[in-house]
Design a protein around this ligand. Structure first.
Ligand code: DGL
Length: 264
């Protein structure tokens, strides 16, 4: 039993958040869950995503007596953050597409948002859009298939490049000068997106801002040494370890997330 920061996502997207939390708070012990057996969340109904979020939170709490939970997934945040906050007595930090900083930083007032269809259709996103839509022309683009490309390890294939281009280039044609990556999987595509956009378009993702929020909400570890990370997956631990090691360019070993406390 210890006091970790729990972080979860439908799969490997949340690692883009984990790396920022680790960079800002190197002494903290972390526990990461990739719900790979249920990825992508984007094609599940809201009730299923909520049920997965509650299950993972409960299991993590049981194993690690967490001091904070990071829902490192925009889709799961939209489906479950209110209920997680009601049920857990620790800080719960969620994601949302970074419209506010994008609108603030855009010079020509044309902002693009890439996200999953679920996120874009959620009430949470509609409310966010309502607040900012009079300040800029905000173009939303659902990106079916990109999460799967990361989860299947084909994010560099010609098909994935073409799919990505079909989402990004129409936004370029419409003059976006700021592009929000509204899904935690998408930063893995950032070098490819950068090539398509050229250097003049600003790309905004949420990892650093989320890490700061975590820093503000926790009582910091008094360890002097580097914290450690437990990696779990509900999918095939060998496959997920290989994919994650490739993404992080570092050897990481995932364990199977067997239920210890509640039913999946
Ligand atoms: N990383 C998740 C997000 O930020 C992906 C959702 C999915 O699994 O479809 O939305």
């Amino acid at each position: 039993m210890n006091n970790r920061i729990g972080i979860f996502d439908s799969g490997l997207g949340g690692l883009t958040i984990l790396t920022e939390v680790q960079a800002l708070l190197p002494q903290e012990d972390l526990a990461y869950v990739a719900d790979s057996a249920f990825a992508p969340y984007g094609n599940k109904d809201r009730a299923t995503v909520l049920q997965r979020s509650l299950y993972i939170a409960k299991e993590l709490q049981h194993r690690h007596h967490m001091k904070a939970l990071v829902v490192a997934c925009n889709t799961a945040t939209a489906a479950s953050i209110h209920i997680l906050r009601e049920r857990l007595d620790i800080p719960v930090i969620g994601m949302e597409p970074a419209i506010k900083p994008a609108v603030r930083q855009s010079k020509n007032g044309v902002v693009g948002i890439l996200a999953t269809e679920h996120t874009l259709k959620s009430d949470k996103f509609s409310n966010l859009l309502d607040i900012h839509q009079h300040q800029a022309r905000i173009l939303t683009q659902p990106c079916a298939g990109l999460v799967e490309a990361v989860e299947q390890g084909v994010f560099h294939s010609a098909e994935t490049q073409a799919l990505l281009a079909s989402y990004v280039l129409p936004l370029v044609d419409q003059g976006v000068d700021t592009l929000v990556l509204g899904c935690t999987h998408y930063p893995w595509f950032e070098p490819m997106i950068r090539e398509m956009l050229g250097n003049d378009v600003l790309i905004i993702s949420t990892g650093k801002a989320v890490a700061k929020q975590v820093q503000n909400k926790i009582v910091k570890s008094d360890h002097m040494q580097q914290g450690d990370i437990d990696f779990y997956t509900t999918g095939d631990a060998g496959e997920v370890s290989a994919l994650a090691s490739q993404l992080l360019q570092n050897n990481v070993v995932f364990q199977t997330f067997y239920p210890q406390h509640s039913r999946p």
